[in-house]
Design a protein around this ligand. Structure first.
Ligand code: ADP
Ligand code: MG
Ligand code: MG
Length: 214
């Protein structure tokens, strides 16, 4: 069983809605990881117990070269810590914004990796539901890794919870209908467009305009 004392904490790597992520090194093995920290106060406030539990259980069970590994977790009185594979290249989002768009070859490589990772997840009845450039990370060799399983679900039946990020939402999700693994496949098309063009296809000034453009 792990505790915070087993790790040296390094620089911050990023943050999302609930998580702050730090570079860390397991002291005994010197193994470099990323530690995702979620405050229990936030878990209470936003009632994300179930979500966090799903993230931990689902991501731990997945083993694929293009899915970020979750090695384990622990908690103290205030925080929950997720021990993650370190993605040295950071967010694909940064690369995209830095270069405006990607070359056709680079885009094809990422889309293939993403498609293979999603096919693996879907075979295990896991839907990610929040695929977007901020949740796609790159390792030290530039390999794509799907991260952030906070909205994921493992189920064979259709789901009803509306979730994800507007620019990447499948029409059935926007219309609040039942959805399944196909919502992840929709993002494959959106990302393919965004990689080549530099912006997602349904981006608009306001959320209302994005809805209308579907
Ligand atoms: P949230 O669920 O709050 O969105 P994420 O798991 O997406 O949190 O992590 C937030 C950000 O932290 C990511 O977008 C990324 O920039 C960074 N990050 C997360 N995990 C790693 C990792 N394993 N290696 C490097 N950076 C990471
Ligand atoms: Mg995220
Ligand atoms: Mg999340």
């Amino acid at each position: 069983d792990w505790s915070l004392g087993d790790f040296e904490i390094g620089k911050p790597l990023g943050k999302g809605k609930f998580g702050r992520v730090y570079l860390a090194r397991e002291i005994k093995s010197k193994y470099i990881v990323a530690l995702k920290v979620v405050f229990k106060e936030q878990i209470e406030k936003y009632k994300i117990h179930h979500q966090l539990r799903r993230e931990m259980e689902i991501q731990t069970s997945l083993r694929h070269p293009n899915v970020l590994r979750l090695y384990g977790w622990f908690h103290d009185s205030e925080r929950v810590f997720l021990i993650l594979e370190y993605a040295h290249g950071g967010e694909l989002y940064k690369e995209l914004r830095l270069n405006g768009h990607l070359s056709e070859k680079q885009a094809a490589t990422y889309i293939l990796s993403l498609a293979q990772a999603l096919a693996y997840c879907h075979e295990k009845d896991v839907i990610h539901r929040d695929i977007k450039p901020e949740n796609l990370l790159l390792d030290h060799e530039g390999r794509l890794k799907i991260a952030d399983f906070g909205w994921s679900v493992q189920s064979r039946s259709k789901r009803h919870t509306m979730c994800g990020t507007l620019d990447y939402l499948a029409p059935e999700m926007v219309e609040n209908k039942a959805h399944d693994y196909a919502v992840d496949n929709w993002t494959l098309g959106v990302l393919c467009y965004e990689f080549l063009f530099g912006a997602p296809p349904f981006e608009a000034e306001t959320q209302k305009d994005t809805f209308r453009s579907f």
